[in-house]
Design a protein around this ligand. Structure first.
Ligand code: ATP
Ligand code: LTN
Length: 334
């Protein structure tokens, strides 16, 4: 790998991605990829923390791989791989578990939210999720982690674990920094604008999926929850309109002020259609490209295979160092 800093990020194949995932994560991956040694993962092991239909999980893994490429991730330049294909991730998780306290995990917001949402399946994996995420990041001596705002707490824990391990066993891990999108780090639900847009929302009208066609996108925006006054401005008390303005400005690369000016005196109806069209203009070519890539499973398999080989090479270096530091006899490979 070239002598650049390492960037790592991952997305779960837990469903079809939304424009929240796109603005908060994917879009920035493309912008940043050539300035770093970039590594992107399909976090399939994370997805198992919530009940999955095995066939659907497999399909979503290919969908996400294709979507990464359709969004501009170049698998020859960057490393693109499935987390489960590189065993070091699960192995480092075990070691990091021995320096993590249960209290640190039980107070994570995502753990609390998901425990409420999946009351019938509160499992150890759900609680340990942030330690697996820390392993993903620390294995590659990562310096930059582009993520949405909801993952900030997990990144803080990653930093704490890296520092704790380094203090206890000597310098081993780089301590990573987060990268948050200026616009779109937290896209809200179209139906309940006080909650984040999530691909696993039971209500399909709450999110715009990267698989939605232009007509569906416009229809969903037309139904988006707003308010009863008629001003198109960002305001604490106008969460729905603020969310739509944020989405519009992110998709058109205009500032919020420019967008507010553009829609001054216009009605909500017209505004919503314009937001939908702006989103569809960007999403539609990506959707088409992704569907084309999905026709070629062999190609996607070859991308994942070569990605896993390249990732494993880097990850093993860190894992061997860790095993040595904690007193395990390093295994002889080959
Ligand atoms: P799930 O609903 O299954 O928990 P999710 O939609 O939250 O999943 P993840 O796979 O957990 O998606 O997240 C992938 C990336 O997308 C992360 O960097 C996350 O911060 C970002 N992200 C997720 N939702 C949003 C959102 N509404 N706005 C901005 N970024 C988001
Ligand atoms: N937990 C993340 C996905 C994820 C991730 C990572 C992001 C798994 N491992 C490592 C950045 C770095 C999420 O977005 N829910």
């Amino acid at each position: 790998m070239e002598d650049k800093k390492v960037l790592f990020s991952a997305i779960q194949p837990s469903g079809i991605l939304t424009i929240g995932n796109y603005l908060g994560a994917l879009r920035n991956f493309k912008k940043l990829q050539s300035d770093y040694n970039s590594i992107f993962s399909v976090a399939d092991l994370h997805t198992l923390t919530v009940k999955q239909d095995p066939a659907v999980l497999r399909k979503n893994t290919y969908e996400l791989t294709a979507l990464y490429i359709a969004c501009g991730i170049n698998p020859d330049e960057s490393i693109l791989f499935a987390q489960s294909h590189v065993p070091c991730h699960a192995e480092l998780t075990w070691i990091l578990n021995t320096v993590t306290y249960p209290g640190e995990l039980s107070r994570m917001t995502q753990f609390k939210d998901k425990s409420l949402k999946h009351e019938d399946n509160i499992n150890m994996g759900l609680m340990d999720y942030p330690v697996l995420m820390a392993s993903d990041i620390l294995l590659y001596q990562t310096e930059l982690v582009p993520i949405g705002a909801d993952q900030k707490q997990h990144l803080e824990l990653t930093r704490d674990l890296a520092i704790r391990f380094n203090n206890r066993f000597g310098e081993t891990f780089k301590v990573p920094e987060g990268y948050f999108a200026k616009n779109g780090a937290r896209v809200m639900s179209l139906c309940e604008p006080e909650r984040k847009m999530s691909k696993s929302d039971a209500n399909e009208n709450a999110f715009i999926s990267m698989n939605d066609d232009p007509a569906t996108i416009v229809r969903k925006f037309k139904r988006a929850v707003t308010d009863s006054d008629n001003r198109i401005v960002c305001d604490e008390n106008k969460k729905g309109i603020t969310n739509l303005l944020t989405i519009y400005s992110a998709f058109t690369d205009k500032t919020i002020e420019e967008a507010e000016k553009e829609f001054e005196g216009k009605g909500y109806g017209e505004f919503k259609v314009r937001v939908g069209e702006a989103v569809a203009d960007v999403i539609e070519p990506i959707r088409q490209e992704k569907n084309k890539l999905l026709q070629s499973k062999d190609y996607l398999d070859s991308v994942l295979k070569s990605g896993a080989e390249r990732a494993q090479y880097v990850a093993y270096k860190t894992l061997n160092k860790v095993y040595k530091k904690v007193g395990l006899v390093p295994r002889i490979r080959g």
